[in-house]
Design a protein around this ligand. Sequence first.
Ligand SMILES: Cc1cc2nc3c(=O)[nH]c(=O)nc-3n(C[C@H](O)[C@H](O)[C@H](O)COP(=O)(O)OP(=O)(O)OC[C@H]3O[C@@H](n4cnc5c(N)ncnc54)[C@H](O)[C@@H]3O)c2cc1C
Length: 583
Amino acid sequence: MTGSAMRRLTTDILILGAGGAGLFAALHAHAANPSLSITIAVKGLLGKCGCTRMVQGGYNAALASGDSVERHFMDTIEGGAWLPDQDLAWILVNGAIERIHELENELGCFFDRNPDGTIHQKAFAGQTFDRTVHKGDLTGIEIVNRLAEQVWARGIHRLEEHRALEFIKSADGSALAGVLLVDIRTGEYVYVEAKAVLLSTGGGPTMYKYHTPSGDKSCDGLAMALSAGLPLRDLEMVQFHPTGLLAGEYTRMTGTVLEEGLRGAGGYLLDGGGERFMQKYDARGERATRDIVSRAIYAEMRAGNTSPHGGAWLSMAHLGADNVRRQFKGMVERCADCGFDLAGGRVEVVPTAHYMMGGVEFADDCSTELRGLFVAGEDSGGVHGANRLGGNGVANSTVFGGIAGDAMAGWVAREGTLHSAAEQMIEAAIKRSDRPLHAGEAVDLEAIRDRLYATMWDDAGIVRDAASLDRADASLAALSAELEQGTLPHGARDRAFNLAWHDWLNLRNLMTVSRSIVQAAKAREDSRGAHFRADFPKSSDLRTSVYTRIRRKDNDFACDTVPVRFTRVRPGESLLALAPGRN
Ligand SMILES: Cc1cc2nc3c(=O)[nH]c(=O)nc-3n(C[C@H](O)[C@H](O)[C@H](O)COP(=O)(O)OP(=O)(O)OC[C@H]3O[C@@H](n4cnc5c(N)ncnc54)[C@H](O)[C@@H]3O)c2cc1C
C-alpha cells in the first residue's frame, strides 16, 4: 500500500504538538473564542507524550517575598550569557507568575506548599533565589494531566498519532496554507488547511549519544521550519544536563535525567577516586550553571578520572538518607530500578543532551516570518540565549503557549483566511516522505543512528573546535546521503504503523538539524554558555554580542550573525541596581 490516498480537513487553528506549549495554546485560543474550531495534531497520545510530562524539578516564578521579576530576569540574562532577547525574557519572567496562578486556580494543579500555606520553592542551579515551584519531583505529570483534562473537557479536536511532515504554503507562496501530516496508525496522508498554525513540537536534541528527551522527539518542527525557509537562531546552543543516569549501554534509562534539585539541595559530584572536583572549575561548586558543570564532568572524563562506566558519581548520602528519600522520592525510586541507592549511596552520572536553546525566530506575539505560522515552546529561539536555567523551560512553553493561543484567536478574527494550497507542494512533500518506501538497497537504520550519535557527541558536543566541526560536517553529509539513497530494511513498504519508516523520517529530521547545529557552531568563534570552542575558549566582548541566524537554502545552509539588542539592560549593568528596593 504505497499509493498516496489523502484525507483533507479544515480547521481555524491547527496546533502541532501537545506539550505545555500546545496544550496551553489550545486552552487560551478556546477561552478567547469558544466558537473557533481548534485541532491539536500530535505524534503521540495527548497527555502521554513530549517532554513537559517529563519535567521533574519544576517551574521558575518569582513569587516569594524577597524575590522579584527583576532578579529572575537578571538570572535569565546572565545565565544566557547576554544572548537572550531581553523583551522575550521579560515576558517570560512576568508571565510565569501569571501562569502559576492560572495552573493552580483555574486548571487544578496542586504544587507543594510550606507549612504556612505559601507555595514551596526550591533551589535550582544558576539562580540567586530559590524560586522553583514543584510537585515533588514529578511536576510535569501534574501539569500535563491537568492541562489534558481541560482540553478533553472543551471539545477541542484531536488528531492523535498524527505526525506533521511539512508546511504547505499558499499558491502564491506568501502565507501558510496548511500542514501535511500522516496518520501513523493507517499510514494515510492528511492535509489540514488552517487559518493559523502553531508549531510546538518541542525541539529535543536526540541526535546525541546520551540524551534526555522523550522518544517521540526528533526535531521534526525545527526541520520543517528549516525546509520552509524560516530563520532559526542560536542553534549551536545545545544544553547538556550534567547528571544523566549512567546505567550501562543496554538500557534506555542511560541518559535520563537526575534533576538539578539534587545538586541544588547540596549533592556532591565525585570523581572516580571519590573526590569532589567542582571547586576546581567554579566557586559555586556543584551549583554552578549546567554548562559549567557539564564541561567539568567531561574534562574529568577525558582525564580518565571516571566511575566504572566512564562518568562521575553523584552523592547525596551526607544529606541524610531519610531526608533524601522524602525530598526526592521519584528520583530515589528511578535509581533503585537501575540498581543504585541514591539516598544512602552514590549514583553514576554523565552529561546528557537535554534542551535546545535555539529555535525559530519569533515576535512577542509568537508570530513568525511566515504569515499564519506561530511558534512557542522549545521550537522557538531567543528566550534563553546561550543557556537555559533549570525551571525556565516549562515556564517558557506555558507562558508563550498561552500567548500564542491568545494571539492566534485574535489573528483569525482580524485577518485569518483559508488559502488555497500550492498543490504541487503537497505532491512533492508526499514524494519526499514516500522516498524510502520504494525499491532499492536496504539501509541499516541502527548503524546510521549510532554513527549520528557518535558524530554529534564526539565532534559537535560539549567541547568543539574547527577541526572537530569539519569532521562532523563531512560525516553528516555522508550519513545524510546514505539515508536518502537507501530504502527501508526487510522490504517494509506498507505505511500503516510502519515504525521503520518513522525511524527513517526521524533520522532525516535529526540529520537536517544536526547539520544546522554544526554550521552555527562553526560560525560562533567564541565560547558562550553551552557553546564551548576549545580553539576560542574565551567569550568575546559581551557588549558586542551577536547571535547566529541560520536558514536552509536548497540542500545547503546560510548562517550569519546578528547583533544582540540590549533593550532593557546592558552588560555590566543590573536591573536590580536600576530598581533599588525591588531586589
Ligand atoms: C527529562 C526532562 C526533565 C525536564 N525537567 C524540566 C524541569 O524540571 N523544569 C523545566 O523548566 N524544564 C524541564 N525540562 C524541559 C521541558 O520539558 C521543556 O522545556 C518543555 O516542556 C517543552 O515544552 P514544549 O511544549 O515545547 O514541548 P514538549 O512538551 O516536548 O511537547 C512536544 C509535543 O510535540 C509532539 N510532536 C513532536 N513531533 C511532532 C510531529 N512531527 N507532529 C506532531 N506532533 C509532534 C510531541 O509528541 C509532544 O506532544 C525537562 C525536559 C526533560 C526531557
